[in-house]
Design a protein around this ligand. Structure first.
Ligand code: BG6
Length: 513
């Protein structure tokens, strides 16, 4: 019998409201918490997706009372929330806001935390359900997770749960990712670990599944018979800002390629999952990551650079080495481009180029499939001079949508073919605005819904792809007599010359979106 979709609890069109619970954020004084997490919590409350029995606990070293923390949340919400401020929503949220001032290495602090949580469980009816969001440097994960375990805050029971949310980077190479996994898995069951890759929370990234698997139009050409290469770009116009402590030593490849770009690659290249439940989706992503290999000639098929001083957006900007707290012998790249190949029937012979960088010409993330030329062009060569390769571009941000580029006849008596675009823009087709990635992901954590969180296997596989490249770069720096083998690039450009050369060698050129 067909189920009534309106009653089907699996129906993803219904608003999914979290059950009563406590969300504890470690690292509430950080940028991520202020700009993304606290505003996302408010936006969820404002959309009616948090239950009345919801509580938010901040944990940090500051000597704050609950009211001080509440003021911080209030200001963060006012400044960064996506939805309008409504006093009644805020007042309701406020009732469940607490702060625990403590050190992560200190038992007593965790005892206080456990007491506050118990008090909230009773006062707010949170049912013993707790999520712990680790918005802290990975070096501190082990201490926090061990403390939580020692204070009885990690076990799952039939009727109540404890979950942990980990922000990237998940390690800095394969070995450290495996160590981290061991630490986390000693305390939490695999169902209770939510690894955040916020790109998966973006509407346009989820739309890649809709585009590929809800339509008949694209799948027939989604393979090496038609596609000749794929470019995945995540470009930013900003520098590293005040994030030297995090960024230096990490660099563009670990910060973005290992997670966001390889996840985009997985969604672009994977086979159709039989459903979108976590197991099936992760399984397909895992298979394609397993088939993805680093370039055989790392010297020819990777490029990296760091920004020099210059002008960006009409303003004079500093070079990477002049940024605050960057050591002068830093070898950290702010731009990285790599080629990978996918060794399976669908993609053999189609290079995937991944690039990311700070201080580039503009902020844009996109996945572009470049198609082969028509095998025969029944025109004179001058007719088709301006005809490029057909392309399908999934515009992830900021101008969300999809573009198809193809040739069309220029009006007139002559036969001249020029490239034109056909566009779908979110803004033009939908009135709803897209939720922020963190709204979606925090809600999914509270609901215990894992499809949008990478599994540890995916994390490991991504390091397996990247590690040989990182090793090669480190080795080139070591053998460079103190001179890093990094190219420099101008702010506002599209990266170092070596990146253009890398594509030119394969007969392609980077898109300039
Ligand atoms: C983060 C990186 O994961 O993504 C940052 O650590 C980067 O370096 C950020 O700036 C970009 O996110 P978004 O959503 O603005 O593209």
């Amino acid at each position: 019998m067909k189920t009534n979709p309106l009653r089907d609890p699996q129906d993803r069109r219904l608003p999914r409201v979290a059950g009563p619970c406590v969300l504890v954020i470690f690292g509430v004084t950080g940028d991520l918490s202020t700009k993304k997490l606290m505003p996302a919590v408010y936006d969820l409350a404002n959309r009616g997706l948090l239950p009345p029995g919801f509580a938010l606990v901040g944990f940090a070293r500051r000597d704050w009372a609950d009211q001080d923390f509440a003021k911080i949340v209030h200001d963060a919400v006012k400044e960064h929330a996506r939805t309008p401020f409504r006093e009644e929503v805020w007042q309701q949220l406020l009732e469940g806001i607490r702060f625990v001032s403590g050190q992560i290495g200190d038992d007593e602090s965790f005892e206080r935390l456990a007491n506050v949580i118990t008090e909230l469980d009773e006062a707010r009816g949170t049912g013993g359900n707790h999520a712990f969001y680790l918005s802290i440097p990975p070096g501190l994960f082990e201490t926090v997770v061990t403390q939580l375990r020692q204070h009885g805050l990690t076990e799952d029971h039939a009727d109540r749960w404890n979950r942990v949310v980990i922000e990237k980077p998940f390690g800095h190479d394969l070995a450290s990712a495996q160590e981290l996994q061991q630490v986390v898995s000693r305390a939490f069951g695999s169902q209770s670990v939510f690894r955040i890759d916020h790109y998966l929370g973006k509407e346009t990234v989820q739309n890649m599944l809709a585009l590929r698997f809800a339509n008949q139009l694209f799948e027939p050409v989604w393979n090496n018979h038609y596609v000749d290469h794929v470019q995945i770009t995540m470009a930013e116009d900003i520098g590293i800002g005040g994030r030297a402590g995090y960024y230096d030593g990490i660099g563009a490849a670990r910060d973005v390629i290992q997670n966001h770009l390889l996840q985009l690659l997985a969604l672009t290249a994977m086979e159709e999952p039989s459903s979108f439940d976590a197991r099936q989706l992760r399984n397909e992503k895992r298979k394609v990551l397993e088939a993805t290999v680093p370039p055989k000639r790392i010297d020819l098929h990777t490029a990296r650079g760091r920004y020099s001083s210059g002008f960006a957006g009409g303003k004079q900007v500093r070079s990477y080495l002049e940024e605050e707290r960057i050591p002068q012998d830093s070898t950290t790249e702010t731009y990285a481009a790599i080629r990978v190949d996918i060794e399976n029937r669908r993609w053999a012979g189609v290079p995937f180029y991944l690039r990311t960088g700070k201080r580039l010409a503009r902020r844009v993330t996109e996945v572009a499939l470049g198609f082969k030329r028509a095998p025969h062009l029944p025109f004179t060569s001058t007719d088709t001079e301006a005809l490029g390769h057909n392309a399908l571009v999934l515009r992830i941000q900021p101008d969300e949508g999809i573009t198809m580029r193809f040739g069309a006849k220029v009006p007139g008596t002559q036969m001249e073919i020029r490239e034109v675009s056909m566009d779908f823009a979110y803004g033009g087709s939908f009135t709803e605005s897209s939720p922020e990635a963190y709204e979606r992901l925090i809600l999914d954590v509270l609901l215990g819904d894992p499809p949008l969180f990478p599994h540890h296997e995916e994390v490991e596989l991504s390091w397996r792809i990247l590690d040989p490249i990182l090793d090669y770069w480190a080795e080139s720096d070591r053998s460079g007599n103190g001179e890093p083998s990094l190219d420099s690039y101008e702010p506002g450009s599209w990266g170092p010359k070596s990146a253009d050369e890398m594509l030119a060698r394969d007969g392609f050129s980077w898109r300039r979106p």
